[in-house]
Design a binder for this molecule. Structure first.
Ligand code: 5AD
Ligand code: SF4
Length: 450
Protein backbone atom coordinates (compact mmCIF):
# COMPACT_ATOMS: atom_id res chain seq x y z
CA UNK A 1 0.00 0.00 0.00
CA UNK A 2 1.33 3.45 -0.86
CA UNK A 3 1.11 6.58 1.25
CA UNK A 4 -1.48 9.36 1.06
CA UNK A 5 -2.01 10.09 -2.59
CA UNK A 6 -1.46 13.44 -4.26
CA UNK A 7 -4.44 14.83 -6.15
CA UNK A 8 -3.48 16.85 -9.22
CA UNK A 9 -1.58 16.89 -12.51
CA UNK A 10 -2.89 19.37 -15.15
CA UNK A 11 -1.94 17.41 -18.30
CA UNK A 12 -4.28 14.46 -17.71
CA UNK A 13 -8.02 13.93 -18.35
CA UNK A 14 -10.07 15.39 -15.55
CA UNK A 15 -12.72 13.70 -13.48
CA UNK A 16 -15.29 15.51 -11.36
CA UNK A 17 -17.28 13.60 -8.75
CA UNK A 18 -20.26 14.53 -6.60
CA UNK A 19 -21.06 12.31 -3.64
CA UNK A 20 -24.53 11.76 -2.17
CA UNK A 21 -25.74 9.69 0.77
CA UNK A 22 -23.74 8.23 3.59
CA UNK A 23 -20.09 8.17 4.65
CA UNK A 24 -19.67 4.85 2.92
CA UNK A 25 -20.26 6.66 -0.33
CA UNK A 26 -17.69 9.32 0.59
CA UNK A 27 -15.22 6.52 1.15
CA UNK A 28 -16.23 4.83 -2.10
CA UNK A 29 -15.60 8.07 -4.00
CA UNK A 30 -12.09 8.00 -2.57
CA UNK A 31 -11.65 4.44 -3.84
CA UNK A 32 -13.03 5.42 -7.27
CA UNK A 33 -10.58 8.31 -7.52
CA UNK A 34 -7.72 6.06 -6.55
CA UNK A 35 -8.62 3.62 -9.33
CA UNK A 36 -9.04 6.41 -11.87
CA UNK A 37 -5.79 8.07 -10.84
CA UNK A 38 -3.93 4.84 -11.48
CA UNK A 39 -5.53 4.85 -14.92
CA UNK A 40 -4.23 8.36 -15.68
CA UNK A 41 -7.10 10.63 -14.62
CA UNK A 42 -6.84 13.61 -12.26
CA UNK A 43 -9.45 15.09 -9.97
CA UNK A 44 -11.02 18.46 -10.70
CA UNK A 45 -13.30 20.35 -8.37
CA UNK A 46 -14.77 22.30 -11.26
CA UNK A 47 -17.47 20.55 -13.26
CA UNK A 48 -16.99 23.07 -16.10
CA UNK A 49 -13.58 21.72 -17.03
CA UNK A 50 -14.20 18.05 -16.37
CA UNK A 51 -13.88 15.38 -19.07
CA UNK A 52 -15.72 12.86 -16.91
CA UNK A 53 -18.59 13.89 -14.61
CA UNK A 54 -19.68 11.33 -12.03
CA UNK A 55 -22.35 11.23 -9.34
CA UNK A 56 -21.92 8.66 -6.59
CA UNK A 57 -25.53 8.18 -5.63
CA UNK A 58 -27.92 7.15 -2.86
CA UNK A 59 -31.25 5.30 -3.04
CA UNK A 60 -32.20 5.21 0.61
CA UNK A 61 -35.25 7.45 0.25
CA UNK A 62 -37.14 8.64 -2.78
CA UNK A 63 -36.20 12.30 -2.21
CA UNK A 64 -32.48 11.33 -2.38
CA UNK A 65 -33.08 9.90 -5.85
CA UNK A 66 -35.22 12.84 -6.99
CA UNK A 67 -32.37 15.25 -6.22
CA UNK A 68 -30.02 13.18 -8.34
CA UNK A 69 -32.41 13.12 -11.32
CA UNK A 70 -32.28 16.93 -11.15
CA UNK A 71 -28.48 16.87 -11.15
CA UNK A 72 -28.40 14.51 -14.15
CA UNK A 73 -30.28 17.14 -16.16
CA UNK A 74 -27.63 19.70 -15.22
CA UNK A 75 -24.82 17.32 -16.16
CA UNK A 76 -26.48 16.86 -19.54
CA UNK A 77 -26.23 20.59 -20.18
CA UNK A 78 -22.44 20.23 -19.85
CA UNK A 79 -22.53 17.48 -22.44
CA UNK A 80 -24.51 19.67 -24.80
CA UNK A 81 -22.08 22.59 -24.42
CA UNK A 82 -18.78 20.73 -24.53
CA UNK A 83 -17.91 17.94 -26.92
CA UNK A 84 -16.56 14.67 -25.53
CA UNK A 85 -17.82 15.06 -21.98
CA UNK A 86 -18.88 11.78 -20.42
CA UNK A 87 -21.40 11.52 -17.59
CA UNK A 88 -21.83 8.59 -15.26
CA UNK A 89 -23.97 7.41 -12.38
CA UNK A 90 -22.26 5.14 -9.87
CA UNK A 91 -23.29 3.75 -6.48
CA UNK A 92 -26.61 2.68 -5.04
CA UNK A 93 -28.92 4.32 -7.56
CA UNK A 94 -26.91 2.81 -10.41
CA UNK A 95 -27.35 -0.61 -8.83
CA UNK A 96 -31.06 -0.12 -8.24
CA UNK A 97 -32.07 1.35 -11.58
CA UNK A 98 -29.49 -0.32 -13.83
CA UNK A 99 -30.17 0.18 -17.56
CA UNK A 100 -33.09 2.52 -16.83
CA UNK A 101 -30.40 5.18 -16.38
CA UNK A 102 -28.75 4.54 -19.73
CA UNK A 103 -31.19 6.80 -21.58
CA UNK A 104 -29.74 9.74 -19.71
CA UNK A 105 -26.07 8.93 -19.06
CA UNK A 106 -23.04 7.26 -20.67
CA UNK A 107 -21.99 5.12 -17.74
CA UNK A 108 -23.77 3.14 -15.01
CA UNK A 109 -21.60 1.38 -12.42
CA UNK A 110 -22.72 -0.34 -9.21
CA UNK A 111 -20.81 -0.38 -5.89
CA UNK A 112 -18.87 -3.57 -6.64
CA UNK A 113 -17.74 -2.64 -10.14
CA UNK A 114 -15.36 0.25 -9.54
CA UNK A 115 -12.26 -1.65 -10.62
CA UNK A 116 -13.74 -1.84 -14.10
CA UNK A 117 -14.31 1.93 -14.38
CA UNK A 118 -11.18 2.63 -16.50
CA UNK A 119 -12.17 -0.05 -19.05
CA UNK A 120 -15.80 1.11 -19.05
CA UNK A 121 -14.77 4.72 -19.61
CA UNK A 122 -12.48 3.74 -22.46
CA UNK A 123 -15.25 1.75 -24.15
CA UNK A 124 -17.82 4.57 -24.14
CA UNK A 125 -18.83 6.00 -27.51
CA UNK A 126 -21.87 8.21 -28.29
CA UNK A 127 -23.67 5.05 -29.47
CA UNK A 128 -22.44 2.64 -26.79
CA UNK A 129 -22.95 3.63 -23.21
CA UNK A 130 -21.42 1.21 -20.67
CA UNK A 131 -22.88 -0.58 -17.68
CA UNK A 132 -21.55 -2.86 -14.94
CA UNK A 133 -23.89 -3.62 -12.05
CA UNK A 134 -22.59 -7.03 -11.03
CA UNK A 135 -22.58 -7.55 -7.30
CA UNK A 136 -19.76 -9.54 -5.78
CA UNK A 137 -19.38 -11.82 -2.76
CA UNK A 138 -15.70 -10.97 -2.38
CA UNK A 139 -14.96 -7.40 -3.42
CA UNK A 140 -13.76 -5.25 -0.49
CA UNK A 141 -11.25 -3.01 -2.36
CA UNK A 142 -8.86 -4.08 0.43
CA UNK A 143 -5.73 -3.37 -1.61
CA UNK A 144 -6.75 0.09 -2.81
CA UNK A 145 -5.33 3.11 -0.99
CA UNK A 146 -8.18 5.67 -1.15
CA UNK A 147 -7.38 9.20 -2.30
CA UNK A 148 -8.25 11.29 0.76
CA UNK A 149 -10.90 13.84 -0.14
CA UNK A 150 -11.27 15.27 3.37
CA UNK A 151 -9.58 18.62 3.44
CA UNK A 152 -8.32 18.84 7.00
CA UNK A 153 -5.93 15.86 7.07
CA UNK A 154 -7.05 15.00 10.61
CA UNK A 155 -9.90 12.56 10.36
CA UNK A 156 -10.44 9.77 7.81
CA UNK A 157 -12.87 6.94 7.14
CA UNK A 158 -11.84 3.35 6.64
CA UNK A 159 -14.20 0.84 5.14
CA UNK A 160 -13.97 -2.44 7.11
CA UNK A 161 -16.73 -4.35 5.36
CA UNK A 162 -19.20 -4.01 2.52
CA UNK A 163 -22.78 -5.01 1.91
CA UNK A 164 -25.42 -6.03 4.41
CA UNK A 165 -27.00 -9.35 5.38
CA UNK A 166 -29.88 -7.93 7.37
CA UNK A 167 -33.23 -7.70 5.70
CA UNK A 168 -34.81 -4.74 7.45
CA UNK A 169 -38.08 -4.70 5.56
CA UNK A 170 -37.97 -0.97 4.67
CA UNK A 171 -34.36 -0.86 3.47
CA UNK A 172 -33.00 -0.94 -0.07
CA UNK A 173 -29.33 -1.34 0.93
CA UNK A 174 -29.10 -5.17 0.77
CA UNK A 175 -30.26 -4.87 -2.85
CA UNK A 176 -27.90 -2.04 -3.81
CA UNK A 177 -24.81 -3.14 -1.92
CA UNK A 178 -25.19 -6.89 -1.93
CA UNK A 179 -24.16 -9.48 0.63
CA UNK A 180 -22.01 -8.71 3.63
CA UNK A 181 -18.26 -9.33 3.42
CA UNK A 182 -15.52 -8.35 5.84
CA UNK A 183 -12.19 -6.94 4.79
CA UNK A 184 -8.83 -8.46 5.76
CA UNK A 185 -8.01 -6.90 9.17
CA UNK A 186 -4.30 -6.58 8.39
CA UNK A 187 -5.05 -4.29 5.44
CA UNK A 188 -7.32 -2.23 7.72
CA UNK A 189 -4.65 -1.82 10.38
CA UNK A 190 -2.11 -1.01 7.71
CA UNK A 191 -4.36 1.68 6.22
CA UNK A 192 -4.87 3.22 9.67
CA UNK A 193 -1.10 3.14 10.33
CA UNK A 194 -0.34 4.90 7.06
CA UNK A 195 -2.90 7.57 7.92
CA UNK A 196 -1.39 8.05 11.37
CA UNK A 197 2.11 8.29 9.92
CA UNK A 198 0.78 10.99 7.60
CA UNK A 199 -0.54 13.14 10.42
CA UNK A 200 -4.11 11.84 10.78
CA UNK A 201 -5.40 11.72 14.35
CA UNK A 202 -8.74 10.00 13.96
CA UNK A 203 -10.06 7.08 11.96
CA UNK A 204 -13.68 5.97 11.71
CA UNK A 205 -14.23 2.31 10.89
CA UNK A 206 -17.21 2.04 8.59
CA UNK A 207 -19.64 -0.74 7.91
CA UNK A 208 -23.35 -1.26 7.45
CA UNK A 209 -23.33 -3.32 10.65
CA UNK A 210 -19.85 -3.22 12.20
CA UNK A 211 -20.79 -5.62 15.01
CA UNK A 212 -21.09 -8.47 12.55
CA UNK A 213 -17.57 -7.86 11.21
CA UNK A 214 -15.84 -11.24 11.08
CA UNK A 215 -12.65 -12.21 9.35
CA UNK A 216 -12.18 -15.93 8.84
CA UNK A 217 -8.61 -17.03 8.45
CA UNK A 218 -8.91 -20.00 6.12
CA UNK A 219 -5.82 -21.81 7.45
CA UNK A 220 -5.66 -20.70 11.07
CA UNK A 221 -9.02 -20.48 12.90
CA UNK A 222 -7.11 -19.14 15.93
CA UNK A 223 -6.45 -16.07 13.80
CA UNK A 224 -10.10 -15.28 13.13
CA UNK A 225 -10.89 -11.64 14.01
CA UNK A 226 -14.18 -10.26 15.31
CA UNK A 227 -15.13 -6.59 15.61
CA UNK A 228 -13.99 -6.18 19.23
CA UNK A 229 -10.61 -7.63 18.28
CA UNK A 230 -10.34 -5.41 15.23
CA UNK A 231 -11.12 -2.35 17.35
CA UNK A 232 -8.33 -3.33 19.71
CA UNK A 233 -5.86 -3.90 16.89
CA UNK A 234 -6.55 -0.39 15.52
CA UNK A 235 -6.54 1.22 18.97
CA UNK A 236 -3.09 -0.22 19.65
CA UNK A 237 -1.51 1.63 16.72
CA UNK A 238 -1.03 4.68 18.96
CA UNK A 239 -2.79 6.22 21.98
CA UNK A 240 -2.67 9.47 19.94
CA UNK A 241 -4.88 8.00 17.21
CA UNK A 242 -8.57 8.17 17.99
CA UNK A 243 -10.76 5.33 16.80
CA UNK A 244 -14.45 5.69 15.99
CA UNK A 245 -16.88 3.34 14.28
CA UNK A 246 -20.28 3.35 12.67
CA UNK A 247 -22.92 1.85 12.42
CA UNK A 248 -23.77 -0.48 15.29
CA UNK A 249 -26.82 -2.74 15.23
CA UNK A 250 -28.76 -3.14 18.50
CA UNK A 251 -29.23 -6.87 17.88
CA UNK A 252 -25.50 -7.47 17.42
CA UNK A 253 -23.58 -5.05 19.63
CA UNK A 254 -21.76 -7.32 22.07
CA UNK A 255 -20.59 -6.89 25.63
CA UNK A 256 -17.10 -7.61 24.32
CA UNK A 257 -17.27 -4.51 22.10
CA UNK A 258 -18.52 -2.38 24.99
CA UNK A 259 -15.74 -3.62 27.33
CA UNK A 260 -13.10 -3.10 24.63
CA UNK A 261 -14.29 0.49 24.22
CA UNK A 262 -13.98 1.02 27.97
CA UNK A 263 -10.46 -0.42 28.00
CA UNK A 264 -8.87 2.00 25.54
CA UNK A 265 -8.93 5.74 26.12
CA UNK A 266 -8.45 6.38 22.41
CA UNK A 267 -11.52 4.39 21.35
CA UNK A 268 -14.06 7.21 21.33
CA UNK A 269 -16.98 6.86 23.68
CA UNK A 270 -19.72 7.21 21.13
CA UNK A 271 -22.12 4.66 19.69
CA UNK A 272 -24.48 5.31 16.82
CA UNK A 273 -27.24 2.82 17.58
CA UNK A 274 -30.21 3.23 15.22
CA UNK A 275 -33.45 2.35 17.02
CA UNK A 276 -35.86 3.15 14.10
CA UNK A 277 -38.93 2.86 16.35
CA UNK A 278 -39.81 2.58 20.04
CA UNK A 279 -42.70 0.22 19.31
CA UNK A 280 -42.03 -3.51 19.44
CA UNK A 281 -44.90 -4.05 16.97
CA UNK A 282 -43.20 -1.77 14.41
CA UNK A 283 -39.77 -3.29 15.11
CA UNK A 284 -41.16 -6.73 14.35
CA UNK A 285 -42.63 -5.54 11.05
CA UNK A 286 -39.41 -3.74 10.26
CA UNK A 287 -37.59 -7.08 10.83
CA UNK A 288 -35.08 -5.45 13.13
CA UNK A 289 -34.85 -8.64 15.21
CA UNK A 290 -34.94 -6.87 18.58
CA UNK A 291 -37.72 -5.27 20.57
CA UNK A 292 -38.04 -2.17 22.74
CA UNK A 293 -36.91 -4.01 25.89
CA UNK A 294 -33.84 -5.46 24.19
CA UNK A 295 -32.86 -2.01 22.93
CA UNK A 296 -33.25 -0.43 26.36
CA UNK A 297 -31.23 -3.25 27.93
CA UNK A 298 -28.35 -2.60 25.49
CA UNK A 299 -28.45 1.11 26.35
CA UNK A 300 -28.42 0.26 30.08
CA UNK A 301 -25.44 -2.05 29.55
CA UNK A 302 -23.53 0.59 27.60
CA UNK A 303 -24.18 3.19 30.29
CA UNK A 304 -23.27 0.88 33.15
CA UNK A 305 -19.87 0.15 31.57
CA UNK A 306 -19.27 3.59 30.00
CA UNK A 307 -21.32 6.14 31.97
CA UNK A 308 -20.46 9.09 29.69
CA UNK A 309 -20.93 7.27 26.40
CA UNK A 310 -22.35 9.43 23.61
CA UNK A 311 -25.42 7.82 22.08
CA UNK A 312 -27.03 8.80 18.80
CA UNK A 313 -29.72 7.14 16.74
CA UNK A 314 -31.88 6.99 13.61
CA UNK A 315 -35.68 7.15 13.75
CA UNK A 316 -38.29 6.48 11.07
CA UNK A 317 -41.74 8.09 11.39
CA UNK A 318 -44.83 6.67 9.71
CA UNK A 319 -43.85 3.13 8.79
CA UNK A 320 -46.66 0.93 7.50
CA UNK A 321 -49.55 0.58 9.95
CA UNK A 322 -47.97 2.84 12.58
CA UNK A 323 -50.69 3.70 15.12
CA UNK A 324 -50.84 6.68 17.44
CA UNK A 325 -49.71 4.33 20.21
CA UNK A 326 -46.70 3.10 18.18
CA UNK A 327 -45.72 6.71 17.57
CA UNK A 328 -46.07 7.51 21.28
CA UNK A 329 -43.84 4.52 22.04
CA UNK A 330 -41.14 6.10 19.88
CA UNK A 331 -41.47 9.41 21.70
CA UNK A 332 -41.36 7.76 25.13
CA UNK A 333 -38.29 5.73 24.20
CA UNK A 334 -36.53 8.90 23.06
CA UNK A 335 -37.43 10.54 26.37
CA UNK A 336 -36.20 7.57 28.31
CA UNK A 337 -32.86 7.24 26.52
CA UNK A 338 -32.12 10.97 25.93
CA UNK A 339 -30.05 10.60 22.75
CA UNK A 340 -27.42 13.27 22.06
CA UNK A 341 -28.70 13.63 18.53
CA UNK A 342 -30.65 11.72 15.92
CA UNK A 343 -31.20 11.41 12.21
CA UNK A 344 -34.94 11.44 11.74
CA UNK A 345 -36.87 10.48 8.61
CA UNK A 346 -40.35 10.03 7.25
CA UNK A 347 -40.81 6.51 5.91
CA UNK A 348 -40.25 6.32 2.18
CA UNK A 349 -41.36 3.13 0.47
CA UNK A 350 -38.60 1.67 -1.70
CA UNK A 351 -39.46 -0.55 -4.65
CA UNK A 352 -38.27 -4.15 -4.29
CA UNK A 353 -38.06 -4.16 -0.50
CA UNK A 354 -39.97 -6.62 1.62
CA UNK A 355 -42.14 -3.83 3.03
CA UNK A 356 -43.09 -2.66 -0.47
CA UNK A 357 -44.35 -6.17 -1.22
CA UNK A 358 -45.97 -6.98 2.09
CA UNK A 359 -47.01 -3.83 3.89
CA UNK A 360 -48.97 -0.93 2.40
CA UNK A 361 -47.47 2.54 2.67
CA UNK A 362 -50.66 3.59 4.43
CA UNK A 363 -49.75 6.52 6.65
CA UNK A 364 -50.79 9.70 4.83
CA UNK A 365 -47.97 12.09 4.00
CA UNK A 366 -49.45 14.79 6.24
CA UNK A 367 -49.55 12.46 9.25
CA UNK A 368 -46.00 11.21 8.61
CA UNK A 369 -44.83 14.83 8.52
CA UNK A 370 -46.76 15.70 11.65
CA UNK A 371 -45.22 12.77 13.55
CA UNK A 372 -41.77 13.50 12.17
CA UNK A 373 -42.04 17.13 13.31
CA UNK A 374 -43.04 15.99 16.77
CA UNK A 375 -40.03 13.65 16.86
CA UNK A 376 -37.69 16.43 15.68
CA UNK A 377 -39.03 18.87 18.27
CA UNK A 378 -38.65 16.33 21.06
CA UNK A 379 -35.11 15.47 19.96
CA UNK A 380 -34.22 19.18 20.10
CA UNK A 381 -35.22 19.23 23.77
CA UNK A 382 -33.41 15.95 24.44
CA UNK A 383 -30.21 17.21 22.77
CA UNK A 384 -30.29 20.26 25.01
CA UNK A 385 -30.91 18.10 28.07
CA UNK A 386 -28.08 15.76 27.12
CA UNK A 387 -25.72 18.70 26.61
CA UNK A 388 -26.70 20.36 29.86
CA UNK A 389 -25.35 17.32 31.69
CA UNK A 390 -21.91 18.20 30.31
CA UNK A 391 -21.70 21.60 32.05
CA UNK A 392 -18.70 21.71 34.37
CA UNK A 393 -17.07 18.63 32.80
CA UNK A 394 -13.51 18.63 31.53
CA UNK A 395 -13.14 17.20 28.05
CA UNK A 396 -10.32 16.32 25.69
CA UNK A 397 -11.09 17.75 22.29
CA UNK A 398 -9.45 17.05 18.92
CA UNK A 399 -9.17 20.41 17.12
CA UNK A 400 -10.83 20.48 13.68
CA UNK A 401 -10.13 24.13 12.87
CA UNK A 402 -11.62 27.61 13.33
CA UNK A 403 -15.21 27.71 14.51
CA UNK A 404 -17.60 28.54 11.67
CA UNK A 405 -19.39 31.26 13.59
CA UNK A 406 -16.44 33.00 15.23
CA UNK A 407 -12.96 32.96 13.67
CA UNK A 408 -11.37 33.74 17.04
CA UNK A 409 -12.60 30.41 18.35
CA UNK A 410 -11.69 26.83 17.52
CA UNK A 411 -14.00 23.87 17.18
CA UNK A 412 -13.53 20.17 17.62
CA UNK A 413 -15.18 17.06 18.96
CA UNK A 414 -15.06 15.47 22.38
CA UNK A 415 -14.72 11.70 22.67
CA UNK A 416 -18.55 11.52 22.85
CA UNK A 417 -18.66 13.14 19.38
CA UNK A 418 -20.23 16.31 20.78
CA UNK A 419 -19.12 19.50 19.03
CA UNK A 420 -17.20 21.93 21.26
CA UNK A 421 -16.18 25.55 20.64
CA UNK A 422 -13.47 27.25 22.69
CA UNK A 423 -11.02 30.20 22.59
CA UNK A 424 -8.17 29.90 20.09
CA UNK A 425 -4.77 29.78 21.77
CA UNK A 426 -2.84 29.08 18.61
CA UNK A 427 -3.50 25.35 18.22
CA UNK A 428 -3.82 23.76 14.81
CA UNK A 429 -6.17 21.18 13.39
CA UNK A 430 -5.07 17.80 14.78
CA UNK A 431 -3.91 19.08 18.19
CA UNK A 432 -5.61 17.88 21.36
CA UNK A 433 -6.96 20.51 23.83
CA UNK A 434 -8.30 20.22 27.37
CA UNK A 435 -11.41 22.32 27.88
CA UNK A 436 -14.18 22.80 30.43
CA UNK A 437 -17.84 23.14 29.42
CA UNK A 438 -19.37 26.44 30.61
CA UNK A 439 -22.64 26.61 28.68
CA UNK A 440 -24.48 24.75 25.95
CA UNK A 441 -26.94 24.94 23.09
CA UNK A 442 -28.76 21.91 21.69
CA UNK A 443 -25.99 21.53 19.09
CA UNK A 444 -22.79 22.74 20.76
CA UNK A 445 -20.81 22.73 24.01
CA UNK A 446 -19.34 26.17 24.72
CA UNK A 447 -16.10 25.72 26.59
CA UNK A 448 -13.28 27.61 28.29
CA UNK A 449 -9.62 26.69 28.32
CA UNK A 450 -8.06 25.08 31.38
N1 5AD B 1 -37.47 5.32 4.60
C1 5AD B 1 -37.03 6.19 5.54
N2 5AD B 1 -35.87 6.07 6.18
C2 5AD B 1 -35.09 5.01 5.86
N3 5AD B 1 -33.90 4.61 6.34
C3 5AD B 1 -33.54 3.49 5.68
N4 5AD B 1 -34.49 3.15 4.80
C4 5AD B 1 -35.48 4.07 4.90
C5 5AD B 1 -36.72 4.25 4.26
N5 5AD B 1 -37.16 3.39 3.33
C6 5AD B 1 -33.17 5.31 7.40
C7 5AD B 1 -32.94 4.40 8.60
C8 5AD B 1 -31.48 4.09 8.51
C9 5AD B 1 -30.92 5.35 7.88
C10 5AD B 1 -29.58 5.20 7.26
O1 5AD B 1 -31.91 5.69 6.93
O2 5AD B 1 -33.22 5.15 9.76
O3 5AD B 1 -30.89 3.80 9.76
FE1 SF4 C 1 -25.38 4.88 1.75
FE2 SF4 C 1 -27.64 3.51 1.89
FE3 SF4 C 1 -27.58 5.75 0.48
FE4 SF4 C 1 -26.34 3.55 -0.39
S1 SF4 C 1 -28.53 3.80 -0.12
S2 SF4 C 1 -25.50 5.62 -0.33
S3 SF4 C 1 -25.62 2.64 1.50
S4 SF4 C 1 -27.30 5.58 2.69
Amino acid sequence: MNGIRPISDPSKPKVYIETYGCQRNVNDSEVILSILQDAGYVLTENMNDADVILANTCSIRDNAEQRIWGRIDQFRLQKRNREGVVIGIVGCMAERLKDKLLEKVDLVAGPDSYRSLPQLLKAITPETPQINVLLSHEETYADIAPVRLDKNGVSAFISIMRGCNNVCSYCVVPYTRGAERSRDPYTIVNEAKVLYENGYKEVTLLGQNVDSYFWKDAERPDRNVNFAQLLEMVAKISPELRVRFSTSHPKDISDEVIYTMALYENICKHIHLPVQSGSSVMLEKMRRKYNREWYLERVAKIRSVIPDCGLTTDVIAGFSGETEQDHKDTLSLMEEVVFDSAFMFAYSERPGTLASKKYPDDIPYSLKTERLNEIIALQGRMSLKSNEKEIGKRLKVLVEGPSKKNQKELCGRASSNKMCVFPDMGEKAGDYCEVEVVSVTSATLICKRI
